[in-house]
Write a protein that binds this ligand. Structure first.
Ligand code: ADP
Length: 374
């Protein structure tokens, strides 16, 4: 007989110990832990609930939970109880509740069903966390983000205005230099005129690039697409870059037959010139660049290969972003970090794709594809 009683006592004691431990955990919790019946009447209230909402346990036990809910949010209780009755939890639900003094506090709410021994749902336990600090830092972050966006917008506007202001004097200088060249000067005068004209053309391209960036960001860059041949665009781009850089051999692997594309020819040339210029610029130790054109089923793929400094894998996704440049103490190569951003916009807006393969120290291959008309 005695043997049968001892385990029962131990079981009861175990259960009491467990209860006491749970009560201690609940009471020392930083989160408010409240239980209520399915009708919404409060059945327990821990120390943190007291501190958070300002009511003592004796003041609220037996009262309805709507005591804590702002009037405009009363319908939330129906939603919560609806889920609980179906055995579902409500997790990390951000809302507002009111304290005894009437002030609203932002909270994160997790509500779970309470079941009896038979598994029947008899109430709900709710854990409320005060997220005032979190909400405040989220608001501060949002304000900071908006401020940065405004500054960014101002910077873009400035670049647009500065670009316009620079364009007029550049056009005038270019006009005079062309006039000078047309008079066929001789000797050093001719050399100087040619050199000055080359630099003015470079400056012109830079300013046009800056203007393009501000148009792209404002969604105002327009493309005038017509049917045109691809190979003349490639040959013209190669000629332009050959005139600027004499350090590298620019070779071309072109198909026998020309290809017709529907494109804004000057913009496709802009991409080609950017790719070719980069291939030369970023391969100071090499002397060769190879451009190749391949026709595939319904598209043409143009690639430009160099044997230059290449890039580490972590940069490959980012170099098409505005102003992104790889900083290197080893190779100080000038640039604005906008050429690839513009090229990407041009190719994407023509229905094509743009990508790169590269290995640091070995070189890069830049690709773009354009759809071919059926
Ligand atoms: P920019 O050359 O004026 O900096 P781009 O937008 O054309 O601007 O290129 C962005 C960056 O991508 C460059 O600063 C450079 O770090 C990297 N990059 C572009 N082309 C090459 C290349 N052929 N080889 C190695 N790095 C390149």
């Amino acid at each position: 007989m005695e043997e049968a009683i001892i385990p029962q006592n131990t079981e009861q004691q175990d259960s009491e110990n467990k209860q006491a431990m749970l009560a201690a955990i609940i009471d020392s919790s930083e989160d408010a832990i409240i239980s209520k019946t399915l009708e919404g009447y409060i059945t327990s209230w821990n120390g943190a609930a007291e501190r958070m909402f300002g009511y003592k346990g004796v003041e609220v036990i037996g009262r309805h939970i709507s005591l804590l809910i702002p009037r405009e949010k009363l319908s939330e209780e129906d939603m919560i109880i609806g889920r609980i009755k179906n055995g579902l939890r409500v997790q990390h639900f951000q809302t507002t509740r009111v304290t005894k003094s009437g002030s609203a506090i932002p909270i994160s709410l997790t509500v779970s069903p309470i079941k009896d021994r038979d598994g029947k749902i008899i109430g709900a336990s709710k854990i409320a966390r005060d997220i005032t600090d979190l909400v405040r830092s989220q608001q501060e972050l949002q304000m900071l983000y908006e401020k940065i966006q405004q500054l960014n917008l101002k910077k873009d506007e400035f670049i647009g205005v500065a670009g316009h202001e620079l364009r007029t004097p550049i056009t005038t200088i270019k006009g005079y230099l062309q006039l000078l060249e047309s008079q066929e000067p001789e000797g050093t005068a001719r050399q100087f005129a040619e050199k000055a004209l080359r630099q003015v053309n470079k400056l012109n391209r830079l300013v046009n690039d800056l203007l393009d960036v501000s148009k792209i960001t404002a969604g105002k860059l327009e493309y005038h697409r017509i049917s045109c041949f691809l190979l003349p665009l490639i040959r013209d781009s190669l000629d332009t870059v050959r005139q600027i850089y004499t350090s590298h051999r620019l070779e071309a692997e072109l198909p026998q037959e020309d290809l017709i594309i529907t494109a804004d020819g000057s913009k496709i040339e802009q991409v080609l010139i950017n790719f070719l210029t980069n291939a030369v610029k970023y391969s100071p130790g090499a002397d060769q660049v190879v451009l190749s054109v391949k026709k595939e089923a319904n598209r043409v793929v143009v690639s430009i290969r160099d044997w230059g400094i290449g890039m580490a894998a972590e940069h490959l996704d980012q170099i098409f972003q505005r102003y992104y440049r790889i900083q290197s103490s080893e190779h100080a190569i000038g640039g604005l970090g906008i050429g690839l951003y513009i090229s990407r916009d041009i190719i994407i807006r023509h229905g094509g794709e743009i990508w790169v393969e590269s290995e640091e120290g070995k070189g890069s291959v830049f690709y773009f594809s354009l759809p071919l008309p059926e």
